[in-house]
Design a protein. Structure first.
Length: 405
């Protein structure tokens, strides 16, 4: 097995995931991702004929994102000879795509691979496996309710109250606004253009400067109302939740202000073998030390980043103290709160530039974005190692540990 080097990363700004006002919403997904691919090619002087595979995550490969968006985006970028594969691993799609690309290099199958993710949350068609009426046989085995209800269940069982999740959310906004004003994201962000050459978006448009715990405290928890919404013709969300937690009095604490933002976005990474990089003058920024993917209770949905991180750490013989920084996706505030509690990680080392609560969560692209965010910050601080992990629907969670070179 050979080392896998990260040569470079880049991403789009994250645009509001609304068809009526999102700055990226009018772009075709392959046009959004192809602009990232072209930018990476140009600034690293890649020979595109050598890019053997483009592996891209997409959490909803339907509508205009269907039809192997990885290959279509590569073709749009002018990469005729690059094979393309699209990965659906829900929120973990682009991190799994990067794991698959890394495995191709580690085993000697490929020397140069581009991985990443794309998600247009502004698209109207968002199928939900949990509400599929033709999937009732699976519901009998695993009564999977809305992820927001699962988040409230976890907060209740872990003892995190409304003040805890709102305080975390306010800090995420504060950190993100500070990072943007300090220019910490500029190295990775690629401005996105419309077809007529006009600028579509050059910086993240989701953050809400001035957010405080007091302003968040005015928001009503939303998932209590979900209990009475029909999932389909057979059950409400609450009825399905009570199949798993019949006696639990759920403390509903999550709302739009302490949950991840709905946004459009894309990201990509260049992965290379050491021999190829040396032979072609590519300067590596980091290497992948370990990666892991685990699965657990699909009813809880959000709990697996902890065992996934532990598995990745064990794989390379390291522990929490060996990590300088952590990026744990803020699907809901309870996810990083539980991670810090169970892993004994201080908040000063986790999501130091904010997270998806402030910046948004473009489902299939988030993992690749977080690798770039982590790498940029390790370089800025002159630190060495970091860990990325995300919860994903169905009780999934991938993780990855990188080390600067």
């Amino acid at each position: 097995m050979q080392e896998v080097w990260i040569i470079d990363t880049a991403r789009s700004p994250r645009g509001l995931g609304r068809a009526d006002k999102g700055s990226l919403a009018t772009l075709h997904p392959q046009r959004l991702l192809s602009q990232i691919l072209v930018a990476l090619k140009e600034r690293n002087h890649l020979t595109t004929e050598h890019i053997e595979h483009v592996i891209v995550g997409c959490g909803n490969p339907a509508g205009t994102q269907r039809g192997d968006i990885a290959r279509m985006s590569a073709l749009d970028a002018g990469w005729l000879h690059s094979s393309g594969t699209t990965v659906d691993h829900f929120c973990g799609s682009s991190l799994m795509a990067t794991q698959f690309g890394a495995n191709c290099i580690a085993t000697g199958q490929h020397d140069l691979v581009v991985t990443g993710g794309i998600e247009m949350m502004s698209l109207p068609d968002k199928p939900n496996f949990a509400t599929d009426q033709h999937n009732l046989h699976l519901r009998e085995k695993h009564p999977i309710t809305a992820v927001g209800i699962s988040a409230d269940v976890i907060a209740t069982e872990e003892g995190f109250g409304r003040d805890d999740v709102d305080a975390f959310a306010a800090e995420s906004q504060k950190r993100a606004v500070s990072a943007i004003s300090s220019g910490y994201f500029t190295q990775s962000i690629i401005p996105i253009y419309h077809e007529d050459g006009s600028i579509a978006l050059s910086e993240d448009e989701y953050p809400r400067a001035g957010t405080t715990t007091d302003s968040l405290g005015q928001l009503k928890p939303v998932f209590a109302d979900f209990l009475n919404y029909p999932m389909d013709d057979t059950h409400t969300f609450g009825e399905v939740a009570r199949m798993k937690w019949p006696d639990l009095e759920i403390d509903h604490v999550h709302h739009a202000g302490n949950s991840s933002g709905i946004v459009d976005g894309a990201a990509a990474l260049i992965l290379s073998s050491p021999d190829y990089a040396r032979a072609h003058g590519l300067q590596p920024r980091a290497r992948i030390l370990a990666s892991a993917s685990v699965a657990g209770s699909p009813e809880y949905n959000l709990n697996e980043p902890v065992p996934s991180a532990r598995k990745a750490l064990a794989q390379c013989g390291l522990n929490v103290a060996d990590m300088d920084l952590f990026e744990v996706n803020e699907a809901f505030a309870v996810v990083p709160l539980r991670f810090m509690k169970r892993m004994d990680v201080d908040h000063s080392k986790l999501n130091v530039n904010g997270g998806a609560i402030a910046l948004g969560h473009p489902i299939g692209a988030t993992g690749a974005i977080l690798i770039g965010t982590l790498l940029d910050e390790l370089e800025r601080r002159n630190q060495e190692r970091g860990l990325v992990t995300l919860c994903a629907a169905g009780g999934l969670a991938p993780s990855m540990i990188i080390e600067r070179l």
